[in-house]
Design a protein around this ligand. Sequence first.
Ligand code: BGC
Length: 469
Amino acid sequence: MAFPAGFGWGAATAAYQVEGGWDADGKGPNVWDTFTHQGGERIFKNQTGDVACGSYTLWEEDLKCIKQLGLTHYRFSLSWSRLLPDGTTGFINQKGIDYYNKIIDDLLANQVTPIVTLYHFDLPQALEDKGGWLSVATIESFNEYARFCFSTFGDRVKQWITINEANLFALLAYDLGMFPPAIPHQGTGGYQAAHNLIKAHARAWHSYDSLFRKEQKGMVSLSLFAGWVEPADPNSVSDQEAAKRTLAFHLDFFAKPIFIDGDYPEVVKSQVAAMSQKQGYPSSRLPEFTEEEKRMIKGTADFFAVQYYSSSLVKHQENDKGELGIFQDAEIEIFPDPSWINLGGIYVVPWGIRKLLKYIKDTYNNPVIYITENGFPQGDPAPLDDTQRWEYFRQTFQELFKAIHLDKVDLKLYCAWALLDNFEWRQGYSLRFGFFHVDFEDPERRRVPYTSAKEYAKVIRNNGLEGHP
Ligand code: BGC
């Protein structure tokens, strides 16, 4: 009836989305500080993360929420530019170290295991100014930062995520230009950034492996965003192929090099090469890894961290005009099933998570899997009695239960997004994902539990749903 003994129940946040204190105590600016301060209506009501949930000064309040839920794990991210204001170890901000030391120590004192993300979308502006993730130099900067974090916090942190949703981030920031630096390079920037992100992750993993693992005995991975996809017409072979290509371009694009053989999926290589040729490029827009790089990348993850929010239908969409873009290269069109419930822009498809987990098990040799994010938003104003939203969490837990017991997926941890309502990137404060409501007008940023918080606490206490399945 219950989840396996020792199953991890967590909740997550990310530095820029909750901390505030954007220029407090020597923190350097990052790309989200710059982007939000530029205005221009790209973000809901030009809102910023300058104060957000105020977690930089209100950590004790966050800890109370964590204890109220009874979390076994808390996932949060370090702000790179709070620790290293210009992105390099040339100057180290002790106040930043103190802040994260306190979080880590308080968690451990309360028997909560920290899962620490090194990088959750917030590149120090100084590094963006030098080319950001389009530049190979950022690989070494990231490695330097990762080593600094392992050596500073790794005596107590044993579970590390190098880069959050590296795949979605490359697309949003450097291909579509929706996230800072917000300069679209459709069909080229996403691949270039992804190439550098994969190498940066692998370098950091090797640093851990060779310099810290023996003594610290921790685990390092990166988290990947993945939606499940179904062929729009299940009987159409071309839609079935399109569904496979969608997973290849989104999830396998990062997962295959890292978990299998150091290289991109064949279908991605051949599609991009063919399309590039059609467009008159002298070579494929998808960069290639050298043999040495492939060896360096292969096998650089100690568990599979996946973040699932929703699913889509997909159909083949021929790119006969040779248009530029990742979806265009994949020749897919994705859309929701009209019967799915739309909650704050996310289509609720709890069964998709089970299929995704099975796919990861079958494709990646039955790895240990952590769900490092999953959640459901409410629009603002959000009722404290969020019974409907809780129902989706409940259905999700039923699916996880089946994945573990029927599909024999080695799922060890579930982290919900998010501990608190927070700054939801381009949606600002208009979408609320928290177990705790935060009043962003209130200078004290009081945290008040939603119904979901009370229900989640029960699930954690019982290590599963009552009366399950
Ligand atoms: C990100 C979070 C974000 C969440 C909800 C994920 O893509 O990692 O930062 O808030 O989705 O949209």
